[in-house]
Design a binder for this molecule. Structure first.
Ligand code: ZN
Length: 424
């Protein structure tokens, strides 16, 4: 597998130099031209590697097949996904990747901005990476290891399996997706087209991680309509929606059950944005919990506060709509835990300890799982994503590749009768 490291590295270095930053609030999908550039490049490279059925769909999904090397009767088709876009939060153009070869320990200064220094304080995992090759950006951009580490690992996996048919594995589908960072990544992905029974996203962080628990998420949209009147003759008549909104915001939990006061398995109510004027205000509130019942309880609290405001000011109109976002993927996975158990075994065979920390958020995989395609998330070694201190160890990407190679063999050995997504 050591020979694959240089392959992963040169792919990664090439892919991060293409600006694929996604854009919020645009109608187009994919949301930026740079994503198309990388998607086209990947489709082209997959074709040259000998992958079958290589397709770039009208929505910017690259799909390809690595044919099975064993009899596929009763064996599931396994898909691997990675997203090509980088986060809109921080500049993603003109990335200058730097390989810090054979890391000796201590701080890593990024040359293009003297204030950007990786230390054990902001990157504690660096302590365990002595002797490895650490890749960073140069200080003024993000690196884009989220998720080009996943892209580079999957492309190397495809190259490796296509070149060596002696590795026993079922049919494998490779899928690259756009716009994960804006939350729309799998909106237009057809599960029929993907054609897999089980899938993995390669979009995780620390080596050994396998995530199969995510938040349950809903969004409350509270609309407060006041009574709009010219302020010059408003006495006794105006009802200012902004003032009601401010009181409502004050009534939400502040010292507990907020993102800034919770961690681990605790959920929260997050006042996310307020917009409007004296006539009408809309507040969007994110509700998060690992269990659905607790999530509903948070929605009931928001509704109760709305009713309270309504009673305080009967002339106003207070409406509350709860929109479903996504659910904890564990609910679907626990029906047959094979996707998780086999991944844990693959991680052990790659010489690592499996770690499963519930994700305080959602992934493309949570949406796919909810649609019926079980999709846990596997590590690729990314750290400090979405900012200038993003970094990845080349050897961790190698471990992710090794894990995938073991994983596809484990599916060949133990996958018989696995149902997962069955169409429709
Ligand atoms: Zn990601």
């Amino acid at each position: 597998m050591v020979t694959s490291l240089s392959d992963i590295e040169q792919r990664f270095i090439r892919y991060v130099q293409i600006d694929t930053q996604s854009k919020e609030n645009v109608a187009e999908f994919p949301s930026s031209a740079g994503q198309w550039e990388l998607l086209r490049l990947l489709a082209d490279e997959l074709g040259k590697l000998g992958a079958q059925d290589v397709t770039l769909t009208q929505w910017g999904y690259v799909l390809a097949t690595i044919p099975a090397t064993v009899a596929t009767r009763d064996l599931p088709t396994v898909a691997f996904l990675a997203h090509v876009d980088t986060a809109p939060d921080y500049p993603g153009a003109n990335v200058r990747p730097i390989v810090h070869r054979n890391y000796r320990g201590g701080p890593i200064a990024l040359p293009d901005d003297s204030t950007q220094v990786l230390t054990y304080k902001n990157a504690p995992e660096l302590r365990d990476k002595i002797g490895e090759d650490i890749i960073t950006a140069s200080g003024t951009t993000l690196l884009g290891a989220d998720d080009k580490a996943g892209v580079a690992v999957l492309m190397t996996l495809a190259a490796h399996l296509l070149a060596d048919p002696s590795v026993p594995h079922p049919t494998i589908r490779i899928c690259f997706t756009p716009d994960e960072e804006t939350g729309r990544g799998v909106d237009y992905l057809s599960l029929e087209e993907l054609g897999a029974n089980v899938a993995y996203t390669l979009d995780g962080e620390e080596a050994g991680e396998i995530v199969y628990e995510t938040f349950c998420a809903d969004r409350a949209i509270v609309t407060i309509t006041g009574v709009a009147i010219h302020p010059g003759n408003a006495k006794g008549r105006m009802v200012n929606a902004l003032r009601l909104a401010a009181r409502f915001a004050e009534m939400l939990p502040r010292d507990h059950d907020t993102p800034e006061t919770t961690e681990g398995r605790e959920g929260y109510i997050h006042l996310h944005d307020i917009h409007g004027n004296a006539a009408q205000v809309q507040l969007r509130i994110l509700l998060r919990d690992f269990e659905e019942e607790a999530l509903h309880a948070r929605a009931r609290l928001v509704r109760a506060l709305c009713e309270q405001i309504q009673r305080m000011e009967p002339r106003a109109r207070v409406e509350c709509v709860i929109e479903r976002q996504y659910r904890n993927m564990r609910y679907w996975l626990e029906k047959d835990m094979r996707p998780v158990r086999l991944a844990e075994e693959a991680i052990r065979r790659a010489g690592l300890q499996p770690i499963s920390v519930p994700t305080r958020g959602g992934t493309d995989g949570s949406r796919l799982t909810e649609r019926g395609l079980p999709t846990p998330n596997l590590f690729v070694g990314t750290h400090n994503p979405h900012g200038p201190l993003e970094w990845v160890s080349l050897q961790d990407m190698g471990r992710a590749l090794e894990t995938c190679v073991h994983l596809v063999q484990l599916w060949a050995e133990h996958g018989r009768g696995y149902r997962g997504w069955q169409g429709g």
